[in-house]
Design a protein around this ligand. Sequence first.
Ligand SMILES: Nc1ncnc2c1ncn2[C@@H]1O[C@H](COP(=O)(O)OP(=O)(O)O)[C@@H](O)[C@H]1O
Ligand SMILES: Cc1ncsc1CCOP(=O)(O)O
Length: 197
Amino acid sequence: MRAAASAGRPWVLDPVAAAASDFRMEACLSLLALRPAVVRGNASEILALASRSAAASSTFKGVDSTHDSGDALQAAKALARSTGAVVAVSGAVDYITDGAQVVGASNGVALMQKITATGCAVTALVAAFVAVEPSDALVAAACALAVFGLAGVRWSRRGAPSPCSAWRGRSGWSRPRGLRLSGCISLTLSTASMSKP
Ligand SMILES: Nc1ncnc2c1ncn2[C@@H]1O[C@H](COP(=O)(O)OP(=O)(O)O)[C@@H](O)[C@H]1O
Ligand SMILES: Cc1ncsc1CCOP(=O)(O)O
């Protein structure tokens, strides 16, 4: 992370179970100081990280969230403003914010929350999207979460349309059937970076 930070390369922090112990919180805060482009966590993790305290998540439940994503939206905005990172809170609605703009992505299926490591997987996808679109981490992260959610829908309903079927920026974009994104001001992810099935 230090090498990435000093080379100006974007990287993504997933504060897994930040509230589980002071040790984990301190590790997350040390990483946060290295200025990730995006922080992606569940609501409990973002609430804890924004308050910079493991005690913030009083009903801590392992790596899972005990809060709804909406509960952490203000904390996410504050964290984004204080760190300069885009902050993504996952949940039934994924909120992605740079502290001013907020994008909501309401794709996915509830079962995803119960599968360990879907959070890690979507964080990896965010990193891949930010690598392609480093100049707009907000849009990249929102697209990653939306696509991941649609992949979950596709998995749960075999035969649903591919999340990568068609997607273009701004006025000319056509969204995959079923995609729900709100508050998105500009979608500039090019189709060239997405493979068709
Ligand atoms: N209630 C839900 N309904 C639909 N999708 C969800 C729900 N909860 C989580 N997800 C999705 O599951 C993925 C992992 O998110 P989450 O479970 O919040 O992360 P973590 O594993 O870090 O706790 C995200 O893509 C998120 O959108
Ligand atoms: C690294 C790791 N090892 C066991 S659970 C876990 C994190 C998975 O967390 P999440 O469900 O938040 O992706």
